[in-house]
Design a protein. Structure first.
Length: 705
């Protein structure tokens, strides 16, 4: 072992499998499909790449934007009051002073608080890849410049639009702060996943065991895994055995027996044995980091509404610029002069600002979330609601979603001359004191029956097989069928019983003769069948994905009438199967409760986490059921359809005001009604569209699904 385990320290530093997971990949906030192994600019939009998994220090981003938003609102409110007061006959400041105060208040709002918006806007033109930020800096910049020019020319307060530009910036900053908070929560959940891997490992060298950083591991290293410890890398067991808790990957509560030649994954828990592990991959190369990367990319993906807005903006921005220029030229040619032409051009730019569009989804969500909360449903983003409302396939995890997630004794099959009581008593006598989930199910069943088992002695645990003990002077064997067969017990009758069962099996033998078989299985939730029937009425096909055995999965599927299912799925396997169904034309949604469900929850168009599930699942999902009730899934779909109907109406209002407002701002009404174009009219139209969106959203309080 000394020859194969001795490595030069200098060589090790150059041959590590990967850097620390959180520093290994960078992505674009606008295009999450872009991945790079070092910082740089996005090849699609030119924006600076960000760490795929934000560092702890990165959480300061939300706090900084929050401070900018708070300051902008603090300065913007008095600015709005000063500017609007004369419209109702109040003059809070002398006219000569009012304009300068308005400019002084607007400067920090626009150019310090709004600095990140300006940077994004300029980058969109530098690309050029025009988006919503292009419209924002055009409108606010034009309004500010015209206001400054009007003020310097001494034209009084008429034609000052500092408050309009500042109000737009406050609304945009509020949206940016909410988005940053979402990224902060995403980073927190991803770091919880990273914490599943221990930072240190026991490396075996010629000089003994040495504790090293996991990031220093290289391919072929041998490390020692102790009982109760988390596994730091993906690898193959070379010596020893253990029972591994893989529930974070598979979702199944039963530990998996491992011995030499078995593969294990980083982040899983070693329960009892000690073994040597040959490192096959570590850091960013592990299965766990693959899960993390999948979740991180999906969490950074943008809502369909946002993507639509950017696509519209890419076409809308040059059109608005063209219309603004045409308006300026026409007014000059018609004799209106440069002042009237500039006012009309600025009005066009202002009315095109996407404020109502930005409010359309948040306002409906704010009101709708209040309604969903009454039903124990927490909604985290618009994309989840939008996609859930049109889902045609709902994939469900088996364990903990369709079932209770706790194995229970489901059958006792004694062989003559033994009785059910005899068989259960034998099993409890051997399993007493065990923490294995199957053993706990047997112990609970015995306690429920008030059974007082005989006291067994001379216990011996056989890894991967079972337990041998003595009841008085009789030998007792409890374990799997192969374990009994290896000890000379005739198992033909037991195999006959086992062939008809999809449950976990515990075989019992006394004095070399088979006594019978106990079956243990997860209990199906009482409401599962009715929920599946209701989903069918809503036009949603129910599918099942599980890491459990095909026999156990098939039994649950048959009981519930599920025809579309797949067993033995790894976390990535669930995600891949969802993608496969999506490629067949299904609009997918996923409901689950475990860490192993996170990749599938992340890649599904809509994702639902059960309230009793893991924190990771709840952070990954867009919709969380606060109560672990399957009825909540049906309620979620019905409520999402009601909310999305209002969101679509809001978007229609927003676009309608822009489309109708631009020609009005350009002065189309002047020949007919003598109404001159003005940025004030544009600002009023922008406000009216926002009021319409708010009023329509409030209707959700009265909507019944």
């Amino acid at each position: 072992m000394s020859d194969c385990c001795h490595h030069d320290h200098h060589k090790r530093a150059k041959a590590t499998v990967s850097p620390a997971a959180e520093d290994s990949l960078y992505t674009c906030p606008m295009h999450p499909e872009v991945l790079a192994d070092r910082p740089g600019d996005c090849p699609k939009c030119g924006m600076a790449l960000e760490p795929l998994i934000p560092s702890v220090e990165g959480d300061d981003e939300a706090a900084l934007i929050g401070k900018r938003t708070l300051l902008a609102a603090f300065l913007g409110l008095p600015l709005l009051v000063i500017a609007m007061a004369p419209m109702v006959g109040l003059h809070l400041l002398p006219e000569r002073l009012s304009g300068w105060v308005e400019m002084a208040l607007s400067l920090p709002v626009l150019f310090w608080c709004g600095a990140p918006i300006w940077i994004k806007g300029f980058r969109s033109f530098a690309g050029p890849r025009l988006n919503m930020f292009s419209l924002i800096i055009l409108g606010t910049g034009a309004a500010f410049l015209q206001s400054v020019a009007t003020l310097l020319l001494g034209r009084g307060t008429h034609g000052l639009y500092f408050e309009a530009a500042s109000t737009i910036m406050v609304l945009v900053l509020l949206g940016q702060w909410l988005e940053a908070r979402g990224r902060e929560r995403a980073g927190s959940s991803l770091r919880e996943l990273l914490d599943l891997t221990p930072p240190k490992a026991l490396l075996i060298t010629s000089g003994g065991d040495h504790e090293v950083s996991v990031s220093a591991l290289r391919l072929g290293d041998l490390i020692r895994i102790l009982p109760g410890g988390k596994i730091p890398a993906d690898g193959t067991i070379t010596e020893g055995w253990s029972s591994i808790d893989e529930s974070m990957l598979t979702g199944e509560p039963l530990p998996v027996e491992k011995q030499a030649g078995s593969r294990v994954s980083a982040g899983t828990l070693n329960r009892v044995g000690s073994f040597l592990l040959r490192v096959d991959s570590a850091g960013a190369g592990t299965l766990l980091f693959g899960i993390i990367a999948t979740v991180a990319q999906a969490q950074r993906s943008r809502a369909p509404v946002q993507q639509l807005a950017d696509k519209v903006a890419a076409i809308f921005v040059p059109i608005v610029l063209g219309l603004s220029t045409i308006t300026l030229i026409i007014w000059i040619l018609l004799g209106g002069g440069w002042v009237m032409g500039l006012q009309s051009a600025v009005a066009v730019l202002l009315i095109a600002c996407p404020c109502a569009l930005g409010l359309a989804t948040p306002m409906a969500l704010m009101v709708g979330i209040g309604q969903t909360a009454r039903h124990g449903i927490l909604v985290r983003d618009a994309a989840s609601l939008q996609n859930l409302s049109v889902a045609t396939l709902l994939a469900l995890d088996k364990t903990g979603t369709l079932t209770e997630g706790r194995p229970e004794l489901s059958g006792i099959h004694p062989l003559t001359p033994f009785t059910e009581t005899d068989l259960l008593s034998f099993a409890v006598s051997a399993e007493r004191g065990s923490e294995h989930p199957l053993a706990l199910a047997i112990i609970r069943a015995a306690e429920d029956r008030g059974l007082q088992p005989d006291q067994a002695t001379d216990f011996t645990a056989w890894p991967g097989g079972g337990i041998s003990a003595r009841l008085g002077d009789r030998e007792l064997l409890v374990g799997n069928i192969a374990f009994l067969r290896e000890r000379g017990v005739p198992v033909a009758d037991l195999e006959q019983i086992a062939s008809d069962s999809a449950s976990g099996l515990i075989a019992v033998a006394l004095e070399g003769k088979p006594a019978g078989l106990l079956t243990v299985q997860d209990t199906i939730r009482p409401s599962a069948a009715s929920m599946i029937a209701e989903l069918g009425l809503l036009g949603v096909t129910v599918a099942m994905l599980t890491g459990d055995r095909a026999e156990a999965a098939g039994a649950v599927a048959d009981h519930l009438g599920i025809t579309l299912w797949k067993a033995g799925c790894s976390p990535q396997g669930k995600a891949e199967q969802l993608s496969s169904w999506a490629s067949e034309g299904y609009r997918t949604a996923m409901a689950g409760d475990g860490i192993n469900d996170s990749p599938a929850l992340a890649v599904a168009s809509a994702s639902i986490a059960m309230g009793a599930g893991s924190d990771i699942a709840k952070e990954t999902a867009g919709i969380i059921l606060l109560r672990p009730s399957l009825e909540g899934i049906v309620d979620s779909i019905r409520l999402s359809r009601a909310i999305l109907k209002v969101i679509r109406q809001n978007l229609l209002f927003a676009f309608a005001y822009n489309i109708l407002g631009i020609p009005i701002a350009a002065g189309i009404l002047y020949p007919f009604f003598g109404i001159l174009p003005s940025p004030m009219i544009a600002a009023a139209g922008m406000s009216l569209s926002s009021v319409s969106v708010i009023a329509n959203s409030l209707r959700l309080k009265r909507i019944r699904y």
